[in-house]
Design a protein. Structure first.
Length: 206
């Protein structure tokens, strides 16, 4: 499933992030807030289980989350989305995965991974602001599945059609959520119009 989250607040905040004049502080703040807004939408179908709660007036037959939520940011830019989602789902656990591209083979290589236990029983949200070629995201999803994850959502801010197509072909069982679907990739694999290198803009590096 592919879902494009068309929401006025998300569009407004993303416009601030796209502006080349936006500095690190404001860029990171908008990313944090957009991630929180996206979390509200992507959590709509989280499974629930029955629970009885004693209120001051009696017993309420209600519901609570039936599964743990695990956030897995793809290092390093994905880290910028964690706190915004945890503000809404404070019980969410966090795993980490880092990928780099081998300059000879051009294939993504895992260089770091650490996950909570019982991924197979959790709803796993994989986080990365940009979905460009989809190569790193696809490789990360494969590695996460190898650790047992079964119910996975890929959550990105800005995507290119090429990246969406790659994930749909490689991982048809993974739900994709975007805040914006941009025009294309340029000759060096950057999203156009995009917002530049998200990692550099979050952390102030070049």
């Amino acid at each position: 499933m592919f879902t494009l989250l068309n929401h006025p607040l998300i569009t407004h905040k993303l416009a601030i992030m796209r502006d080349e004049k936006t500095g690190t502080k404001d860029f990171s703040q908008q990313l944090d807030e957009i991630a929180g807004l996206m979390a509200y939408e992507i959590s709509r179908d989280l499974p629930l289980k029955e629970k009885d709660v004693k209120t001051p007036m009696g017993i309420c037959h209600t519901y609570e989350l039936a599964k743990e939520v695990v956030l897995v940011p793809i290092l390093r830019a994905g880290m910028g989305m964690v706190s915004g989602i945890r503000n809404l789902i404070p019980t969410a656990k966090v795993g980490f995965i880092g990928m780099y591209r081998n300059e000879e083979t051009l294939e993504p290589v895992e260089y770091f991974a650490k996950f909570p236990k019982n991924l197979d029983e959790a709803v796993v949200m994989v986080l990365d602001p940009m979905l460009a070629t989809g190569g790193s995201a696809s490789a990360a999803l494969t590695k996460i599945k190898e650790r047992g994850a079964k119910q996975i959502k890929l959550v990105c801010l800005v995507g290119a059609p090429e990246g969406v197509k790659r994930i749909q072909e490689d991982h048809p069982d993974v739900d994709i959520y975007l805040a914006a679907l941009d025009e294309k990739l340029n000759e060096i694999g950057y999203i156009v119009p995009g917002l530049g290198d998200a990692g550099d803009r979050i952390f102030g590096t070049k």
